[in-house]
Design a protein around this ligand. Structure first.
Ligand code: BG6
Length: 507
């Protein structure tokens, strides 16, 4: 047992070797090595631990260690303690090679044996594929041919991949099918980095560690749910990827569906990975895919034009580097979804995601029904703000609940006030990469926070009709919102048509 930085007791991982494909890439240097470093600091790794970096470069172990040392100075979340770093550095190794080259895998296998002997990692290997998605399947197939993913004599072999998983339902299914030919589902750890966020993990705790919310968490009391993921950044040098992908694929079948499933799932029978994931999967399967006519009414797309955010001026999306100058790719999506099950029937889930928006804001708003009639003479029912529960995922992580209060004075006037919980005020701020928990879970074999094949496919199934209609009918009004605004007018109309409005939107 060890104590992490929050003071909780956590089991340290057992002996294992981490093989990092894409060891010279961005994810490795910005997130994975700093996350490992934090895990070392929290004493959550076994003594019998080592890392082999694998990448296309030809580098020695010593050069790799030097390179990682330089990177950690830049990307450590909280300064570098030399003793902690030395522990990790002495366990770093490197193999160079091409992902398609059989010889490289043989060299890797030999290196695994050598490092295993030295560090007693017990034959357990976590292959982390920090590479472009087109390499996921080829790498896994090569590992399988070499017998490197075979589990026997009590040793485990696991593979980590991170979204995107396919570009649509068909490609996601093809990827799952191919991986599942050579791996068991229990060996596949599909990361959605939203599940690494404390506030997202807290949704389950909030719902199920408290007795007072669950009884009202249903259609009798909830009017609707809104999920906003607004970013102020544009495409930030990722124009090539983004223009091929668009906001819908980039965010909705994955991150947004994770949020929806956690807010909407039924209480799992336990906190075991499959018990939780069964419920997530069930609720996603209950989201009704739209008909093409519904897509036209219930899904809105936008692309930003030039504008100002704070004191930053953004050009038209179409003028961004490696973006087509006539691009029809959306940088904003809003949608109204319906969950057809006993708990949520007729409770719309509205979602919106966008780049170059007025504020950075990821939040889930559960809006409760108004009281049935207005008791107070001067106040009509529409003057009473409905109670709102806001789960602020980022920034200013926290939860607030609004309620009506009498404004002091001789007359009976009602105003809305908030009960506010802020993580930073209560627990202080703990800086982390967001990958610590996920890596540790993969080392100890807990799949709760990883997406199962059926969940990935359920997410794509929900957005499939929208992808189809949008690709058949190219948008004609792009750009249709200014950078620094809250998206296109049609997104507001999606709400006003239903007599509702987006939360905290100061136009
Ligand atoms: C990524 C998307 O998955 O999530 C990015 O590809 C997006 O486009 C990012 O910016 C948002 O993550 P976060 O943690 O900043 O909300």
């Amino acid at each position: 047992m060890a104590t992490d930085r929050s003071g909780s007791t956590v089991a340290a991982a057992g002996p294992c070797l981490l093989v990092l494909f894409g060891a010279s890439g961005d994810l490795t240097k910005r997130k994975l090595i700093p996350a490992l470093y934090n895990l070392v600091g929290d004493r959550l790794l076994a003594e019998e631990f080592a890392v082999i970096g694998f990448a296309r470069r030809d580098t020695s172990d010593a050069d790799f260690r030097d390179q990682m040392r330089r990177n950690i100075s830049e990307y450590a979340t909280d300064g570098v303690d030399e003793r902690t770093w030395a522990w990790l550095q002495s366990r770093l190794y490197f193999v160079g090679g091409e992902f398609h080259d059989d010889e490289a895998y043989k060299r890797l296998e030999a290196k695994i044996k050598e490092v295993e002997d030295q560090h007693h990692t017990g034959g357990n290997v976590l292959f982390y594929l920090a590479v472009a998605p087109e390499f996921f399947d080829p790498i896994v197939q090569k590992l399988a041919v070499q017998g490197m993913v075979k589990q026997n004599d009590g040793r485990w072999r696991r593979v980590v991949i991170e979204k995107p998983f396919g570009r649509d339902l068909a490609t996601a299914k093809a990827l799952n099918d191919s991986l599942l030919k050579v791996l068991d589902e229990s060996q596949i750890y599909r990361i959605d980095h939203y599940l690494g966020k404390e506030t997202v993990q807290n949704i389950l705790v909030f719902r199920f560690a408290n007795g007072i919310f669950e009884p009202i968490w249903n259609r009798r009391y909830v009017d609707h749910v809104q999920i906003t993921v607004a970013e102020t950044v544009g495409v930030e040098g990722r124009g090539g990827y983004y223009d091929e992908t668009g906001a819908l694929r980039d965010m909705v079948p994955n991150h947004i569906m994770q949020l929806i499933s956690l807010v909407a799932l039924e209480p799992p029978i336990s906190f075991h990975a499959d018990a939780v994931r069964d419920e997530q999967s069930k609720v996603l399967r209950a989201v009704q895919p739209m008909t093409p006519e519904e897509v036209l009414q219930k899904a809105v797309r936008g692309q930003y034009g030039a504008g100002t955010i704070g004191n930053r001026r953004l050009p038209d999306y179409r003028q961004e580097d490696r973006v087509d100058s006539l691009s029809k790719t959306e940088t904003f999506v809003a949608m109204k979804l319906e969950i057809d099950n006993w708990r949520w029937k007729d409770v719309p889930f509205y979602l919106r995601v966008g780049k170059a928006m007025a504020q950075r804001d990821t939040e889930i708003v559960v809006q409760f029904r108004r009281p049935p009639f207005a008791l107070f003479r001067e106040t009509t029912i529409n003057d009473i703000d409905p109670n709102e529960l806001v789960i602020q995922v980022q920034p200013d992580e926290g939860i607030s609940l609004s309620f009506g209060a009498k404004i002091p004075g001789a007359t009976m006037r009602i105003g809305s006030v908030d009960m506010d919980f802020k993580y930073s005020e209560h627990f202080g701020t703990e800086v982390a990469t967001g990958y610590e928990r996920l890596l540790h879970d993969a080392f100890v074999g807990d799949q709760t926070l990883f997406q199962r094949a059926d969940m990935v496919e359920a997410g794509w199934r929900i957005v499939a009709p929208v992808l189809d209609v949008w690709s058949a009918l190219a948008a004609r009004d792009f750009p249709n919102y200014a950078a620094g605004s809250w998206g296109p007018k049609a997104a507001d109309e999606l709400m006003t048509r239903d007599g509702r409005r987006w939360h905290r939107q100061d136009r």
